[in-house]
Design a protein around this ligand. Structure first.
Ligand code: UD1
Length: 429
């Protein structure tokens, strides 16, 4: 298994190109199941999760081709990919494939809407809490689907098309919003989704569906209205820049110190997190080509945060922010409200010398003046990268084990950071 070796202490100076967002690319790729035409997606990041979803879609009969040569380095190596679901050959998404990545469960929406049936294994994914699928089931039932759960599979049917309806999410869910919005595009009549997720990835998906001929209003607000159509066509659509990658590198600069241009980043996609970073004493300067992040000399001020659905502070940046707070000048409280088991990075950060105590869903971080490198273990995608960030600021050598988690979500991480002066390398085994 590959490892990442970091020797901490260098300031970061230079540019980091921000890739296309993994969490936008995945639902967009799944939307290709809704039409027999070609959906062309630009700026698709080169990540293990994307490759895995290509395999899953291939199993349903989706052909894909990568357009031309790779884009310039400034684009962060993301690619343009054509997806064509001319013939859906299989409406089953098997356990062996779905268990590797939770988002692949989302094929249930388009398959059910277009084919009238889908058999999808209950999902796997990061080990961050129980992550049930009750909202998907309830929401699809509201659209008229018959659903049974049998031997680890969800069997869903809609013989005479799905029917538009009003559905109020009892809890905000990004995935269930994606799925119900996709399913409703081909339903009969109007669907109104209330308490819908407002994440930028939902907006990006809605814009793509609209380009494919869907009638959708209100994406980005908590009420989304969808008027079903008979069929969707192909389209060409661009994946938004990754706001989690942006926030992660911004926190790396805040922690290690330095001055870095995050090329292609969009401040409007993570304003909540950038505001928090500014309170820590980091300079955040939006410029035409992206966001410039700078921290020179001054110490890191402690800031309390609570994770929330968009536009609040994202749970996907919680681990990285905790990494930053381990070296703040004082005490901070970090409260996780989205997932119940997302503090696995705490004990690994402690191995580097961090002082963190847990009280239920809140971590109390007592800043220390220095961290010391050590071997650590990555436990999930965002936790892994928080260890990388901490390693960049720690004295001496940190080796992050089990980096396959990082490859799921961060394109060319070592290359991007070493390009800014970090001492970081991949040790293959
Ligand atoms: C997506 C993101 C993930 C991010 C999360 C929250 C992708 C591929 N993943 O995950 O990186 O951390 O949003 O911003 O986009 N829930 C239920 N029942 C359900 C569905 C969800 O109780 O049927 C709960 C979950 O357990 C969790 C909360 O709702 O506590 C939010 O989860 P959700 O927004 O659905 O996360 P994902 O879409 O899986």
């Amino acid at each position: 298994m590959d490892r990442i070796r970091i020797v901490g202490g260098n300031h970061l100076e230079g540019r980091i190109p921000i890739s296309g967002a993994k969490n936008a690319a995945l639902p967009l790729m799944i939307a290709s199941l809704l039409t027999d035409d070609t959906l062309t997606l630009e700026n698709v990041p080169h990540l293990a999760d994307v490759e895995q979803l290509i395999r899953i879609l291939g199993n349903h009969g989706v052909d894909y081709s990568v357009n031309g040569r790779r884009e310039s380095q400034n684009e962060g190596y993301s690619r343009t990919i054509n997806f064509t679901a001319r013939n859906i050959v299989d409406t089953t998404a098997p356990y062996e494939l779905v268990s590797k990545m939770r988002a692949s469960f989302w094929v249930i929406g388009p398959l059910l809407a277009r084919m009238g049936e889908a058999k999808v294994s209950l999902p796997g994914g990061c080990a961050i809490g129980t992550r049930p699928v009750d909202l998907f089931i309830e929401g699809l039932q509201a659209l008229g689907a018959d659903i049974d759960v049998d031997s680890g599979y969800i069997l869903s049917k809609a013989k005479n098309r799905l029917r538009g309806n009003r559905y109020v999410f009892p809890k905000v869910s990004v995935g269930a919003t994606h799925v119900l919005m996709m399913a409703a595009t081909l339903a009969r009549g109007e669907t109104v989704l209330e308490n819908a997720a407002r994440e930028p990835e939902v907006v990006n998906l809605a814009e793509c569906l609209i380009a494919m001929g869907a009638k959708i209003d209100g994406a980005g607000t908590s009420t989304i209205t969808i008027e079903g159509v008979d069929a969707l066509s192909g389209a060409r659509h661009r994946v938004i820049p990754d706001r989690i990658e942006t926030g992660t590198y911004a926190m790396a600069v805040a922690m290690a110190g330095g001055d870095v241009l995050l090329e292609g980043a969009r401040a409007d996609l993570l304003q909540g997190a950038l505001d928090v970073l500014a309170q820590t004493g980091t300079e955040i300067i939006p410029v035409n080509s992206g966001i410039r992040v700078r921290r020179n000399g001054s110490g890191i001020s402690p800031v309390d945060v609570t994770t929330e659905p968009f536009p609040g502070f994202p749970t996907d940046l919680q681990a990285q922010f905790m990494g930053l707070m381990t070296m703040a000048k004082g005490k901070s409280r970090i409260t996780e409200t989205i997932f119940e088991n997302r503090f696995m990075h705490v004990q690994e950060l402690a191995r580097l010398g961090a002082h963190i105590t847990l009280a239920g869903q809140t971590a109390i971080v007592e800043g220390v003046s220095k961290l010391k490198g050590a071997p650590v273990m990555a436990t999930d995608l965002r936790a892994s990268v928080s260890l990388v960030i901490a390693g960049l600021a720690a004295e001496g050598e940190t080796v992050v084990n089990r980096v396959y988690h990082l490859d799921r979500g961060f394109e060319r991480l070592e290359e991007k950071l070493s390009g800014c002066g970090a001492t970081i390398e991949r040790l293959s085994s």
